[in-house]
Design a protein around this ligand. Structure first.
Ligand SMILES: [Zn+2]
Length: 279
């Protein structure tokens, strides 16, 4: 899977690829920017390709390429491209070179296939991104604690609990009130997050979230990712700006049964959140 690519010298490209058995690798495709190059058409971003590689002293050299899946449908619109770029950037941000993680590779492939198969206007796109974020966090050992209180260890009950991004999870009401930096999290938001963690995507396709719940879940995960990575991803900002420019949120189902958002694009962030600037 081609996660990232950049131009190098007059005619070459440097590629960051994610492979099922060798993890993330940085490769060079010599001459790939020449219009006559046979490789050029097979090295598109977030495409699934078979690469033949020759070992070299610095970057290994791509010698042959064959596209396996190019995900053409998702490339027909800016939203599709931005979502695919986002999940690839997340994988790039969370992985180190040569760390094999076949399960993560399969997760990435599943999500790209699904983004490609969903109709452009389908409401499931944003839900799929949330599901991907949580399962990627799980794969990389950063899953937030959503089931037992971080303080006393008791099972969390369906009441107003307290989320602590830096502590990596949720406190029960008794423990959470005393925690600096904790913010309330509704039973509904926690329920959806837990459901996403425990459920395979195939069983979530029909799930529809109300607008306010979808935004609350997104806000929690985006801010948690910023906390873990200590930075925001460019593609996440781009998705946000794209949504702002269209004035819509297609993560909200048209037939949502919950009340719509009250004019805010995200629920309020805690005062010390670095995410606040773009809310
Ligand atoms: Zn507790």
């Amino acid at each position: 899977m081609i996660l990232r690519r950049r131009s190098y010298s007059d005619a070459d490209r440097i590629l960051t690829v994610f492979t099922p058995r060798l993890g993330k690798r940085v490769l060079i495709a010599k001459g790939a920017r020449k219009t006559t190059s046979r490789k050029a058409g097979h090295l598109e971003l977030f495409s699934h390709a078979n690469l033949l590689v020759a070992q070299a002293r610095t970057w290994d050299i791509v010698t042959e390429t064959v596209t396996v899946e190019s995900f053409l449908n998702l490339r027909t619109n800016l939203e599709g491209i931005s979502r695919a770029a986002y999940i690839c950037e997340l994988v790039d941000a969370f992985t180190a070179e040569d760390d094999e993680n076949e399960t993560l590779w399969e997760l990435l492939l599943l999500c790209l296939r699904e983004l490609n198969a969903l109709p452009e206007s389908a409401p499931q796109h944003d839900l799929l991104l949330r599901w991907f974020e949580l399962h990627l966090l799980f794969q990389m050992g950063f899953q937030p604690e959503l089931f037992a209180c971080l303080g006393c260890g008791e099972d969390l009950r369906p009441v107003l609990n307290f989320l602590h991004l830096h502590a990596g999870g949720v406190f029960c009401p008794d423990c959470g009130r005393a925690q600096q930096g904790a913010e309330p999290i509704t039973a509904q938001t926690l329920k959806v997050l837990r459901h996403l963690v425990r459920t395979q995507w195939e069983s979530l396709r029909e799930l529809r979230l109300g607008h306010s719940t979808a935004l609350a879940v997104e806000s929690v995960l985006q801010r948690y990712l910023v906390t873990v990575l200590e930075r925001r991803l460019k593609s996440a900002d781009f998705i946000f700006r794209l949504r702002q420019s269209y004035g819509t949120n297609d993560g909200a189902a048209p037939n949502a049964t919950e009340s719509s958002a009250d004019g805010q694009d995200y629920p309020p962030a805690p005062a010390d959140s670095s995410y606040k600037a773009i809310l």
